[in-house]
Design a protein around this ligand. Structure first.
Ligand code: DGL
Length: 272
């Protein structure tokens, strides 16, 4: 006989956090603080990583197909698509194809950057996919038309973040090269905000700060995304079920030792 549950109906449904790799962990760590009563399933589509160079329609179909399987397998209370590259191309399709699922998206934080900049010079550092998206251009037109926005697409930084977080050497010079175009001078004005438009990049933000030619605000949207997710879930009057454990699902199958250790260090048991 099943044990009688003390939780209200649906309270044992997890929050699913999705990214192509480790980037969504930057959102997961904020979400856990704000949503302590839920179990989390972290999904890294490492078989598809990096998303940055995929053709838009192929990536959209791939993500919609993958979510079909994930929703069936985990029946989440809510999904956080913690990946700019994925959400800017597939967010609308996910909401259309799975109308009963709540999706919280991640898009480059252009609006808050435009509100905060003093110099009017803002840069968006993201994957090549995200900087090419119509979605990103519409954000600029809608919220930052008075700013000078420089879009900087990096084909290598997400991989560098993957290496860095696993303790592998990433030469300063390589990172400096990738971020250099973010720094713009126009007369006396200089870039004062760089939007981290890829969830992988906050793992490198200390390195960015050290290598930047001048200090800027590196805008990480993780906390705002977590707050949004919190606002969409009912407030809980119950604690997390003592047997509940957060888990990581990797689409590539058996992860290597460094990946398993990394997931474990975030308190995630790697699902087989
Ligand atoms: N973390 C993803 C993002 O926020 C991108 C990494 C990739 O290229 O797959 O855009």
């Amino acid at each position: 006989m099943p044990e009688p549950s003390l939780l209200p109906a649906g309270a044992d449904q997890p929050v699913l956090v999705f990214d192509s790799g480790i980037g969504g962990l930057t959102v997961l760590r904020e979400a856990r603080v704000l949503i302590p009563e839920r179990r989390f399933v972290y999904v890294a589509d490492d078989a598809g990583f990096p998303y940055g160079g995929w053709a838009e329609d192929v990536l959209r179909d791939h993500i919609v197909m993958l979510f079909g399987k994930l929703l069936r397998a985990y029946q989440p209370a809510l999904c956080v698509v913690a990946c700019n590259t994925a959400f800017t191309v597939a967010g609308a399709a996910l909401r259309t194809v799975y109308p009963d699922t709540v999706f919280v998206g991640t898009v480059p934080a252009i609006k808050p950057a435009a509100e905060r900049t003093r110099s009017g010079l803002v840069s968006v550092l993201a994957t090549p996919g995200t900087v090419q998206r119509d979605y990103t251009r519409r954000l600029i037109q809608s919220f930052a038309s008075r700013c000078q926005v420089r879009l900087v697409g990096s084909a290598r930084l997400a991989q560098m973040a993957e290496a860095y977080i696993r303790g592998l050497p990433v030469p300063d010079e390589d990172i400096r090269t990738e971020i250099a175009a973010c720094f713009v001078e126009d007369g006396a004005a200089r870039t004062d905000i760089v939007v981290l438009g890829c969830t992988h990049y906050p793992f490198l933000s200390n390195v960015f700060r050290r290598l930047a030619p001048w200090p800027v605000d590196w805008l990480d949207p993780a906390e705002a995304i977590a707050r949004h997710a919190r606002s969409l879930l009912p407030l809980a009057d119950h604690a997390l079920h003592p047997d509940a454990a957060d888990s990581a699902v990797l689409t590539g199958g058996e992860p290597d030792f460094a990946t398993r250790r990394l997931m474990n260090s975030f308190g995630l048991a790697v699902a087989d």
